[in-house]
Design a protein around this ligand. Structure first.
Ligand SMILES: Nc1ncnc2c1ncn2[C@@H]1O[C@H](COP(=O)(O)OP(=O)(O)O)[C@@H](O)[C@H]1O
Ligand SMILES: [Mg+2]
Length: 195
C-alpha cells in the first residue's frame, strides 16, 4: 500500500500523542538499562514535530518526512534522535527517488538505523522492531500480534549497542526502551492504515 501525505500526518500526530502519554513508562524502561531519559528525549522531539504538523508546510510525503527527521535530530538529544532521524531521512529520500510504497519505505528506515547505529538484528535496539516490521510488511504479516512478539523478544536479548550494552548480560530481562517507542510507532501505523 501507499503511504500518502495525509496518512503520514495522522501517523506522526498519533505518535506524538502516545509518546507524550507514555513518557513516564519509556523513562522507566530506560532507567532499568540506560539513563532514564528515553521518554523525555522523545517528547522533546515529537513536540517539535507537532509544531511542524500545525504549520502544515510540507507539500508532499518526502518533505514531511524530512521535516520530521530534522526535528528529531535537532531536538531529541539522546542516541535515539539521530537514529529515528536517519530512519525518517532515508524514508524521505526513498519517497523522493522512488515511490511511497509502505513496505519499501519502512525497509529504507530500518536500513538507515542499522547503518547509522552500526547495529544488527539481535543487538537489543529499536532495529529489533524496525527490521522485523519491514519483513512482516513484505510478507503481508504486519499485525499487532507479530509486533507484540518482536517487542517481547527484546527482553531476552543481551544489549550490544548503546548504553544498555555497558550492562552486558545484566541487560537481559528488560525490554529495550527504543524498541518500545518503535512498537508504539508501528501500533500507530496500524491504527492509521485501519488494521
Ligand atoms: N547503536 C545503536 N543502534 C540502534 N539503536 C540504538 C543504538 N544505540 C542506542 N539505540 C537505541 O536508543 C535507545 C536509547 O535512546 P535514548 O535513551 O533516547 O538515548 P541515550 O542512550 O543517549 O540516553 C535504546 O533503547 C536503543 O533502542
Ligand atoms: Mg537514555
Amino acid at each position: 500500500m501507499e503511504l500518502t501525505l495525509d496518512l503520514a500526518k495522522k501517523w506522526l500526530q498519533l505518535f506524538a500523542k502516545d509518546i507524550q502519554s507514555q513518557q513516564g513508562f519509556l523513562n522507566e524502561l530506560d532507567t532499568a538499562i540506560g539513563d532514564g531519559d528515553h521518554g523525555t528525549n522523545m517528547v522533546r522531539g515529537m513536540q517539535q514535530v507537532q509544531v511542524l504538523l500545525q504549520q502544515d508546510t510540507a507539500s508532499d510525503l518526502s518533505a514531511l518526512l524530512k521535516q520530521a527527521a530534522f526535528a528529531l535530530i535537532s531536538k531529541v538529544g539522546g542516541a535515539s534522535g539521530p537514529l529515528y532521524g536517519t530512519a525518517l531521512l532515508d524514508m524521505s529520500k526513498y519517497a523522493q527517488e522512488h515511490d511511497s510504497q509502505l513496505e519499501a519505505l519502512i525497509q529504507a528506515g530500518a536500513s538507515g538505523i542499522a547503518r547509522r547505529g552500526q547495529a544488527q538484528v539481535g543487538d537489543k535496539t529499536m532495529l529489533d522492531i524496525w527490521q522485523p516490521v519491514a519483513h512482516d510488511l513484505s510478507q503481508g504479516q504486519f499485525n499487532r500480534q507479530n509486533l507484540q512478539q518482536h517487542l517481547a523478544a527484546t527482553k531476552d536479548m543481551e544489549a550490544h549497542k548503546g548504553r544498555a550494552s555497558y550492562l552486558a548480560e545484566r541487560s537481559i530481562g528488560h525490554i529495550d526502551p527504543g524498541a518500545q517507542s518503535s512498537e508504539i510507532l508501528f501500533n500507530n501505523l496500524l491504527q492509521v492504515i485501519g488494521e
